[in-house]
Design a protein around this ligand. Structure first.
Ligand code: EPZ
Length: 414
């Protein structure tokens, strides 16, 4: 059984750089399979999910080379349109290959995706979007097949799903005519995908309440660099807020952190931002936040909810977090309580801050929950064992090394 062993109670000091965004690179790799050329992507994070996406591209007949943070993709040889259950089971976001494959080859087959268990994760918005674009879709409990020549149309999303927006937007590049997606995802990673597609010859216009796509029929290769990872950045800032200390993150700005920056201020941290970095200083004494509601961008991101739960477990008072995006993103609660946190759950998480956490053995159940347990262990008094940390390595480049460089006493045993 693999584990992280952490001797907590050490303040974090130092400077680290923010990696390329996991939730930008993954849909971009999915869309790269829709181009009929060569794609070079800079600032590609060295994380497990990137290797899974590369495996899918090779399975489809493409070629990839990943070295020194640069991903080289040759999609010309892609000649398959079905994704295997084996690779799809490793990563939910493998579904974002579908829009591009459907557009480029007029068909795609996809099994029900796997990935982190965060509660219900239906794919109805993806399928409804493909149907709205005139694809014929056959689906059953094992997965779906979509096929046909796509026609542009107006699509009103009942929920601003990130993945569904990205799939529909990519497929619409190949549709006859114009597509307008109303109530789309506004996440920066969706905008990054649109910018990537436009570099490949797409005609996408992202507005505040809709995304307009003119069908262009095909996409060529390009050179691109992904945006920094705001979730990774928030995770390290939360860690320093909890342990106390002073850290600087290079390659991220307050604007890119958005609501997360405001929450850190409310929690009592001192923040300074320049045009390309953020410095956080914390005494380790944290203020509670009466109520925070997790919501789609520009709201507080669900991907930092577990880490915020850890942070508020040490605040001086009661906080409430309402998670409105994933109804099952709560498996870190019991694990945090094993470390002495006092968190209960009804329709929200009620967090009664405690003076300190203590070391314990805790189990990772998913990527962000694992990160939340790690930052709690860094602040806890004593030694903690975090089981199955490979979940964390799916989305955090050089996770252990970056924390060590900030002074953490952390070791990984595979
Ligand atoms: C993306 O997942 C991210 N993954 C998630 O990050 C992130 O938590 C999520 O967006 C929300 O921001 C990637 O970008 C690779 P959704 P996605 O479709 O696209 C419901 C991480 O830790 N829904 O916006 O799957 C769904 O049940 C990961 O980095 C439908 O009802 O998220 C959920 O309640 C975890 N029908 C809500 O929408 C659908 O067809 C949000 O899902 C699709 C989604």
């Amino acid at each position: 059984m693999s584990e992280l062993r952490i001797a907590g109670g050490k303040k974090l000091f130092g400077k680290i750089s923010v990696s390329g965004a996991k939730n930008a690179i993954l849909p971009i790799l999915g869309a790269a399979a829709a181009t009929d050329g060569k794609v070079t992507i800079y600032n590609c994070p060295d994380i497990t999910d990137v290797y899974t996406s590369a495996e899918i591209i090779k399975e489809l007949g493409g070629n990839v080379l990943f070295e020194d943070g640069i991903m080289y993709i040759d999609s010309m040889g892609i000649n398959k349109t079905s994704i295997s259950a084996n690779t799809a089971s490793k990563m939910r976001s493998s579904i974002t290959f579908c829009g591009g494959l459907l557009g480029r080859f007029k068909e795609v087959s996809f099994p029900i995706p796997g990935g982190c268990v965060l509660g219900d994760r239906p794919i109805d918005l993806h399928i409804d979007g493909f149907k709205a674009l005139s694809a014929e879709v056959f689906s059953d409990e094992s997965g779906f097949t979509a096929k046909g020549r796509l026609k542009g149309t107006d699509i009103h999303l009942r929920y601003p799903s990130v993945g569904a927006t990205q799939n529909i937007m990519t497929a619409a590049c190949f549709a006859d005519g114009k597509t307008v997606i109303y109530n789309p995802s506004k996440e920066p990673e969706t905008k990054d995908l649109a910018d990537f597609l436009n570099m490949c010859g797409a005609k996408i216009n992202t507005k505040s309440d809709k995304i307009e796509v003119e069908g262009v029929g095909n996409l060529s290769g390009c050179f691109y660099s992904v945006i920094p990872d705001r979730i990774e950045a928030g995770t390290y800032l939360f860690a320093a807020a909890m342990t106390g200390g002073k850290i600087t993150l290079e390659g991220i700005t307050a604007t890119e952190l958005g609501e997360v920056y405001n929450v850190l201020l409310k929690a009592g941290c001192e923040l300074k931002s320049s045009e390309n970095s953020i410095t956080l200083k914390s005494s380790g004494i944290l203020s509670p936040i009466d109520k925070i509601t997790v919501s789609p961008y520009p709201g507080f991101p669900t991907d930092l909810q577990p880490q915020l739960t850890s942070l508020l477990s040490l605040a001086k008072g009661k906080s409430i977090i309402e998670e409105t995006v994933f109804n099952g993103r709560n498996r870190h609660i019991n694990e945090l309580n094993k470390m002495g946190a006092n968190i209960s759950e009804d329709s929200s998480f009620i967090i009664n801050g405690v003076p300190s956490l203590h070391g314990a053995e805790a189990q990772c159940h998913d990527l962000r929950g694992g990160a939340a347990l790690t930052i709690a262990a860094l602040a806890a008094k004593g030694t903690s064992i975090i089981k199955d940390p490979e979940y964390i390595f799916r989305g955090y480049e050089n996770f252990v090394e970056k924390l060590k460089s900030l002074g953490a006493d952390i070791e990984y045993y595979s």
